[in-house]
Design a binder for this molecule. Structure first.
Ligand SMILES: CC(=O)N[C@H]1[C@@H](OP(=O)(O)OP(=O)(O)OC[C@H]2O[C@@H](n3ccc(=O)[nH]c3=O)[C@H](O)[C@@H]2O)O[C@H](CO)[C@@H](O)[C@@H]1O[C@H](C)C(=O)N[C@@H](C)C(=O)N[C@H](CCC(=O)O)C(=O)O
Ligand SMILES: Nc1ncnc2c1ncn2[C@@H]1O[C@H](COP(=O)(O)OP(=O)(O)OP(=O)(O)O)[C@@H](O)[C@H]1O
Ligand SMILES: N[C@H](CCC[C@H](N)C(=O)O)C(=O)O
Ligand SMILES: [Mg+2]
Length: 491
């Protein structure tokens, strides 16, 4: 592609050298990956500044540079205001605007994005669509899975893989859209057809200045809806029971569909019944009604099902298909996942890593547990420290017994993180066991028939990061080992 043609997608840029003759065969943001004929985009990151790697990029064959400032180098430099946002547009154009060929659904919110995305994916599969999915656990393109580093990867990765989805005849794609991604412009080149909001509560205040700033980032998914005008109808699907939805509704000029349990909503759940084995409710969408009997547990799961059902319903999927998919779903890896080794007490591995999700999950357990609810929980290092005392407080308030432990301390001192957690507890008992394996085994040792042990925070993760080094660690495997040790002692 001619560089001049590629650059047409940017409304404003500056270059003093002629770029008329340049032919481009690829875009890269990493100097190490540059090949002959590529354009190198310099991104000023959190760790290093991509502008410092132009020489390596040129040495590897870069024919032009996109940068945020003029650079004295041997190839033309195109100066833009924000190279990450420019990259999103350039990548979309280079890969022939793949998201315009997909029915693209974006899911944002503090909790429930992964679960809701999987439910949407399963509904569209039941509707015989070829689907793609991008989120915290992995990326799926039809039946192939790929690792991802971020919940919402960078714009280049996204556009490249949307193009791959188009090549694989995918027609519907669903992705989680994190607040970081919205703020950093990772989804700037994406033409969403449906934007879904789950809920808002505290998280990521290490990155966002305050809750208003966090909500502002989330609202970008709604304000940018329909930016790439193609004439297709666009829908905002929001949780009516969450007050943050008011801001999101005001952020979009497109169709708004609300869902909820308590308020007047377009899509509702009526006659909700929550049991230890699942949930049932009547799904109401305008004047259509259908009974749902799901294996998913807890009121929060009803919200996730409503969000997914609404996204599918506005896309034209019949309620009968939505019912079929929701009823077949047993759950998502590491989300309220039971560990079953024939023991006479429950063990649940869950990804709750915010005060709100921990409270939701513990309340759900309390609603059916016959004995004690024992929670093992920690807080991540180098992430929002202000949620630590709040999570500890939720743990002691909503569990019979709380054991505080480590959850990816990253580069922080695990004991310092635990001290931050302990500051949130006044006058209530808890135990601190720094080593996560020991903490899980201690909880399982203490469990009596009828008790439930909740192991929170890591869900599907298969590593523990300590001192910046990741080692294999899977809560489900460790719990199984601890149960087997307990069973062998009892024989
Ligand atoms: C803080 C943050 O968002 N960091 C992201 C960022 O990394 P960074 O800014 O450190 O990148 P960097 O290493 O400084 O590199 C800057 C530029 O120099 C280039 N470079 C670098 C070295 C070199 O030799 N040559 C070169 O050209 C790099 O390719 C890059 O273009 O860019 C990387 C590539 O896109 C991301 O993987 C990385 O996410 C890290 C892993 C991360 O942990 N991010 C978290 C905070 C995050 O984004 N989380 C959200 C939400 C999670 C959720 O709630 O579900 C997410 O969407 O994942
Ligand atoms: N709708 C919900 N409301 C509150 N809590 C929820 C909801 N759905 C799930 N949870 C809780 O939050 C945890 C994380 O769920 P999920 O992975 O679906 O969220 P996420 O938004 O993708 O999280 P992340 O930001 O890490 O990607 C679950 O394990 C469960 O404890
Ligand atoms: N997406 C979340 C994951 C947190 C999971 C928890 N296990 C941790 O490491 O803090 C985040 O980046 O904040
Ligand atoms: Mg997620």
């Amino acid at each position: 592609m001619k560089l001049t043609k590629l650059m047409q997608t940017l409304p404003v840029y500056q270059t003093i050298q002629s770029i008329e003759h340049i032919e481009v065969n690829g875009i890269e943001m990493d100097s190490r990956a540059i090949q002959n004929g590529n354009v190198f985009i310099c991104i000023n990151g959190y760790t290093v500044d991509g502008h410092d790697f132009v020489d390596q990029a040129i040495h590897n064959g870069a024919v032009a540079i996109v940068a945020e400032r003029p650079l004295q180098v041997s190839v033309p430099v195109i100066v833009v205001q924000n190279s990450a946002r420019a990259m999103a547009k350039l990548a979309s154009y280079f890969y022939h605007q793949p998201t315009q060929q997909l029915h693209l659904i974006g899911v944002t919110g503090t909790n429930g994005k992964t679960t809701t995305s999987y439910l949407i994916d399963r509904i569209f599969r039941a509707y015989n669509q070829r689907t793609g999915l991008i989120g915290t656990i992995q990326m799926n393109i039809v039946d192939q899975s790929y690792e991802v580093k971020n919940t919402t990867p960078d714009a280049l990765f996204l556009q490249r893989h949307f193009a791959k989805m188009v090549d694989h005849q995918v027609n519907t794609a669903v992705m989680e859209v994190s607040s970081h991604a919205l703020d950093l412009g990772r989804v700037h080149g994406c033409d969403f057809d449906v934007a879904v909001f789950t809920n808002l509560s505290q998280d990521h205040l290490d990155y966002h200045k305050d809750m208003d700033d966090y909500l502002r980032a989330k609202s970008l998914l709604f304000s940018q809806l329909g930016n790439h005008y193609t004439g297709k109808p666009k829908y905002a699907v929001v949780n009516r029971d969450d007050s943050a939805s008011e801001v999101l509704i005001k952020s979009t000029a497109h169709n708004v569909v609300t869902y909820g349990l308590h308020s007047e909503a377009t899509v509702k759940a009526e006659q909700v019944k929550l049991t230890a084995n699942g949930t049932s409710f009547i799904l109401v969408a305008n004047d259509e009604r259908i009974a749902i009997n799901s294996k998913l547990i807890g009121r929060f799961s009803v919200y996730n099902m409503l969000a997914a059902a609404s996204a599918a319903w506005v896309s034209g999927v019949p309620l009968s298909t939505i019912k079929e998919a929701l009823e077949q779903t047993t759950g998502v890896s590491g989300r309220f996942e039971p560990v079953l080794c024939g023991q006479d007490f429950g063990v649940i591995v869950d990804y709750a890593h915010t005060p709100d999700s921990l409270e939701n999950v513990l309340q759900t357990i309390q609603s059916f547990v016959e004995g004690k609810a024992i929670v093992v929980v920690g807080c991540g290092g180098n992430r929002d420290a202000s949620k630590r005392p709040l999570m500890a407080n939720v743990a002691v308030q909503h569990a019979t017994k709380a054991i505080f432990t480590s959850d990816n301390p990253r580069k922080e001192d695990p004991v310092a993180i635990l001290n931050d957690m302990e500051a949130g507890v006044v006058g209530q008992e808890y135990e601190v066991i720094v080593d996560r394996r020991e903490a899980i085994c201690a909880a399982i040792q203490q469990a009596q028939p009828g008790d439930v042990v909740l192991i929170a925070g890591k869900g599907h993760e298969t590593y523990q990061e300590v001192n910046g080094v990741r080692s294999h660690f899977d809560d489900r495997e460790v719990a199984t080992e601890c149960i087997e040790v307990k069973q062998s002692k009892e024989k």
